[in-house]
Design a protein around this ligand. Sequence first.
Ligand code: HAM
Length: 416
Amino acid sequence: MQIIPRVKGTQDFIDNRLFRFIINQFQEHISLYHFTEVSTPIIEQVELFKRTLGTFTDVVSKEMFLIKAADKEDALCLRPEATAPTMRAFLEVQPLTPWKVYSYGPMFRYERPQKGRFRQFHQINVEVIGSSSISQDALLITMLDRFFQEKLNIQSAALQINFLGSYEDRARYAEKLKEFVSALDGICDTCIVRKEKNILRVFDCKNPTCQKLYENAPIMIDHLSSASQKEWEQLQKELTLLSVTFSINPRLVRGLDYYNKTVFEFVSAQLGSQNAFCGGGRYDRLANELGSKQEYPSLGAAIGIERLMLILEPIIDSLSLPQPKPLYVVMPLSSEQNPLALLLVDTLHAADLTVDTFLDGDSLKSMMRRANKMGAAYALILGDEEQQNKTVLVKNMMTGDQEQIKQIEVAQYLKK
Ligand code: HAM
C-alpha cells in the first residue's frame, strides 16, 4: 500500500519555530498600536466573497474551494482571505469604532502552486474598521514597515504605493483606460476578457506584448479629483514625515475589487515572480456591499507568512529566535524502573524543567546516543542500585562527569 501524499499546494510545517516566532513578534509589535486579536471561522458562505471581492476576480471566479455540506442548503467555501469575514463579524457585533483588530490563520486559493504560492497558505491579517482619515493609512503602513525593518531586520524589502481615488474617480478612470485599451491591437485573450469585466486588472498581465502596449496607458494618479489629490499628497507627506521609504507604482491595482484610495504592497526581489509578501489598502464601501446602511470607511493589510518565511530563512541567525531550554533525559535501565522514572519526570516538570524520558527498554548505550542527538544537557540514569539507594546517576552530557545525587535533591541540583 502506498503512503497517501499531502494535497498539492499544501505544506507540512515540521519545524514550526520560525512561524511561531513571526506570530509572537507580530503580536508584541501590534499590541503597541492597540490592536486586539480576533478569530473568524475558516468556512464561510460563498456569497460573502462574491459580493465583496468581485465576481470576476481570479479568486472568486477560479480559485474558490467549495464545500458540499451534508444538508446542501448553503453554498459554503474555505475562506480565500480574511477581510470580508472580519467585516462580516464587525457588522454582526457592531463594536466601537475604529475597530482595530488582527488575526492569523490558513487561507485557501486554488492557484497553480509555485515558489511562494500555495493552495493552503497563512496570513496575518490586520484591519481598521470605521476610520476615514488618510492619516490612519499612514499609521498602518508605518506599523508594517517598522515590523519588517526593525522587528524582523529585513533589509531587502521595498514598499510600493498607489492611490485609486474615490469609487467615482476609479469609475471615471476605468472608462478612460477602457477607451485606451479598446484602441490597441494585439492584446492577449485574458486582457480582452479583463477589458470587459475588470479593466484595471489589465496591468497585472504578465504577457510582455501587453505590458509594452500598456506603457503609455493613462494612469490613475493623473485622474484624481481635487479632494482625492489632496489625500494622496497628504499620505505621501505623512509617510515621508515618518521616514517610511516608498516608491509610487501607478500600475499597482491589487487583485481584489474592494479597494479605493490607498493601495500598497511590500515586495522583495528574493521571492521571484510572487514577490509581494504583504498587501493591503482602503476599502470604504465594503460594509455597504455586505448590506450595511451605515458607511464604515476602513483599511487593512495581510502578510503572507510563507513568503515572509522565505525571506527570513537566509537571515535566521540575525533573529533572536528563542533558545530551547536545557533538556534533561531520564533513562530507566529496565522496565522495573519505569514507575520511578515517571515519578522523577513529574517532580522535575513541577520544578519547571524540560524533561524527556525513554520508556521503551533500550540499552544504556543506545539511550545515550539518542540523548546526544537530541542535544540533551544531562542524562538522569535510574538502575537497580539507584532505585535501592534512592539516588539518580546524573551525567553531564558535555563533560561526561557523573555524580550520584539523592532523588529528592535532583531538581534543586539541576536548577543550580
Ligand atoms: P492579497 O494580496 O490577496 O490580499 O494577499 C495578501 C498576501 O498574502 C500576499 O501579498 C501574499 O504574500 C499572500 N498570498 C496570497 N496568495 C497566496 C498564495 N496562494 N500562496 C502564498 N501566499 C499568498 C488580501 O488577501 C487582502 N485580504 C489583504 C487586505 C487586508 N486588504 C485589506 N485588508
